[in-house]
Design a protein around this ligand. Structure first.
Ligand code: SPV
Ligand code: MN
Length: 616
């Protein structure tokens, strides 16, 4: 039964047409949530978006009408700017609303639920005055799949709504089909007061997550990572839900690696932001299922995974015609694409750091009018585009889209890869000794030198287990244990690997070129099927020189010298020992509920490394 108050409120605040659209969803919880949000945020008007092409087009038109997006020269392309201080995920103001007595451990940011709700209710009061509220329904994962989670997004930003239409499957019909179901996520977003079309009250930027109620509130921000509910807000809710239900939500791409005789082997891979995750999922001659978030479930003794998205919100920096030919082509062809925080010229062309061609002599970017050499208030140069500038597109604009992307059963995952930005410790590619060794020494010990994707200092080594630290909504120890347990009882357990694209020599020069990763993936594909041998080292199994020499020739038509191999694959004993000490320190002191096995596996690896050190 839907309470009369809810009906009454919706009837007074919505047009007849929009009310009728909502009324077809006969779910009291859905309607109550919408009614409460309308009452609190007080928008001028409400638009209810169904799955129809017409409604979808309306959202795109709204983004232009409101000025949140503007058109570029290529048909279908638009651009958007976030505020100068709103260019990345805001870790500090992203918090879990926790009931008294609930503790997620010291590394996870939280606030007492009562206090937090009071704070955001004050901020949200009347926040949508003068704005239109868009009510949107989506589905995380393919519709009609048991992987999938229906979601409601309420936002007063047509830019956020437009992004979500490119990134997610629409879910209005899914909500109608499911009727009264308890298992859905809710997102409320307001960009707040605007000045020159960007959120003005950055000091009141908050992203508060309620894992009991499966709802996330986001306000006074526009940057996608803070606002696109189904992306990094949903991942936090899904990690908690997966933990309760016995599956995994991972910050992972999914790709098909093409082996001999037309064999396709699916890999998933976790990399912190700006460490080559999208570039890997987009490798030439391979196929992409997803580039950011995967749900993994065990079915009939196999690991199956779906991409929860259908589009890419990718980093545009350094996208160029040589390293990223497929993205490059899409970005230069007509089609619905949103560019955020790039440089735009008078002629409606775009430019970003690392793009082919000449730097324009003037343009507009997230800092306003821009010319080369422009400085910020502290005297630092403002680059033409922000390092975290992005593009949003639907994956059907990409030529390498994998045919299984919408398979409701997902794809079978046979390899899992962990990679971070590491200048001096890990070798370029390495297989773990077994599942537990892989989850612990590669996944749980993932570190990365910081980048521009989150606010804060750049270039500092940060611990980031499974590249999921920013999104964990359960204690880290439990999350590691869930990953360990996931390997139990499988008929075919995925092989766990690490990669490192960022190894440097003592002069700070990269030891690998960007294209080398193509070879590492072909090698891993062969290893999954045990078709090449490997060399055992104290940290795992590395390629044999002869196999890489052959693969470099076959894949890249390049000679690969033994000298390069020796430099790249040398065991860095001191650095590996130092890393183990850093990890032991974190897991002993800063993590609650670390599984005992983690200490044992790391101690054993330490002993193996020490024996080598003693011999040297
Ligand atoms: C990431 O930073 O990992 C992204 C972009 O995928 S964001 O949406 O900001 O999280
Ligand atoms: Mn991501």
């Amino acid at each position: 039964m839907i309470p009369m108050d809810t009906i009454r409120l919706l009837k007074t605040r919505l047009s007849e047409q929009d009310f009728n659209k909502l009324a077809r969803i006969r779910d009291a919880k859905v309607l109550d949530f919408i009614a409460q949000c309308i009452e609190l945020c007080n928008p001028d008007t409400v638009f209810v978006c169904t799955d129809s092409q017409e409604d979808r087009q309306y959202i795109g038109q709204e983004a232009i009408r409101t000025g949140e997006e503007n058109m570029l020269a290529i048909p279908g392309h638009t651009f958007h700017f976030d505020g100068y201080y709103d260019q990345a995920r805001d870790r500090e103001n992203t918090k879990f609303l926790l009931l008294e007595g609930v503790n997620l451990g010291p590394k996870l940011n939280s606030i007492d639920k009562k206090e937090g709700l009071k704070e955001i209710n004050t901020i949200l009061k009347d926040i949508m005055k003068g704005h239109k509220l868009y009510v949107l329904f989506f589905c995380l994962g393919p519709c009609g799949s048991d992987f999938s989670i229906p979601c409601i997004q309420l936002t007063d930003s047509s830019y956020v709504a437009h992004n979500e239409h490119l990134l997610y499957r629409t879910g209005y019909k899914e909500f109608m089909r499911l009727g009264n179901c308890d298992r859905f996520f809710k997102f409320l977003h307001s960009q707040g007061e605007l000045e020159n079309n960007v959120s003005k009250c950055i000091d009141k930027r908050r992203i508060y997550i309620d894992i009991e109620e499966n709802v996330v509130y986001s306000m006074n921000t526009q940057y996608g990572g803070n606002t696109i509910g189904l992306k990094k807000l949903a991942i936090r809710l899904a990690i908690n839900l997966a933990s309760k239900e016995g599956w995994l939500t991972e910050h992972m791409f999914i790709m098909g690696v093409h082996g001999p005789n037309n064999r396709v082997t699916y890999f998933s891979g976790a990399f912190p932001s700006l460490c080559g995750k999208t570039a890997t999922a987009m490798l030439e001659n391979e196929t992409i299922v997803g580039d950011d978030i995967a749900y993994l479930k065990k079915k009939d003794g196999l690991v199956r995974a779906v991409n929860v998205e259908k589009g890419v919100f990718g980093i545009i920096r350094d996208v160029n015609s040589v390293d990223d030919p497929l993205i490059w082509e899409a970005l230069h062809s007509p089609g619905e694409i949103i560019f955020s925080n790039v440089l735009v010229t008078e002629e409606g062309r775009t430019y970003w750091i690392g793009k082919d061609g000449e730097l324009p002599r003037r343009g507009v970017n997230y800092s306003g009018e821009w010319r080369p050499g422009k400085k910020d208030a502290r005297g630092n140069e403002i680059k033409p585009s922000h390092p975290n500038a992005r593009f949003t597109l639907e994956m059907n604009l990409l030529k390498n889209i994998d045919p299984e992307i919408d398979n409701p059963e997902g794809v079978v995952i046979e390899g899992i890869v962990y990679g971070g930005r590491d200048s001096d410790t890990w070798v370029p590619v390495e297989e773990s000794l077994d599942w537990v060794h892989g989850i612990i020494t590669k996944g749980a010990c993932l570190e990365s030198e910081t980048t521009a994707a989150a606010l804060g200092r750049i270039g500092v080594r940060r611990y980031n287990p499974m590249s999921n630290l920013d999104f964990l909504s359960i204690p880290i120890g439990r999350y590691i244990q869930n990953n360990l347990n996931f390997g139990n009882g499988l008929k075919r357990c995925p092989t766990v690997f690490s990669v490192n694209y960022f190894l440097k020599d003592s002069n700070g020069k990269f030891l690998n070129s960007k294209s080398d990763k193509k070879v590492w993936f072909k090698w891993m594909e062969l290893r999954v099927h045990k078709e090449v041998e490997a060399v055992e080292t104290p940290t795992g199994l590395i390629p044999k020189y002869q196999d890489l020499k052959r693969l470099f020739k076959e894949v890249l038509n390049r000679d690969y010298s033994e000298e390069s191999y020796n430099r790249q694959f040398a065991l860095r004993v001191r650095e590996n020992l130092a890393k183990i000490d850093r990890m032991l320190n974190i897991y002993k002191r800063k993590v609650t509920g670390t599984p005992d096995i983690l200490f044992k596996v790391l101690e054993r690896q330490k002993q193996r490394l020490k024996r080598i050190e003693d011999k040297r």
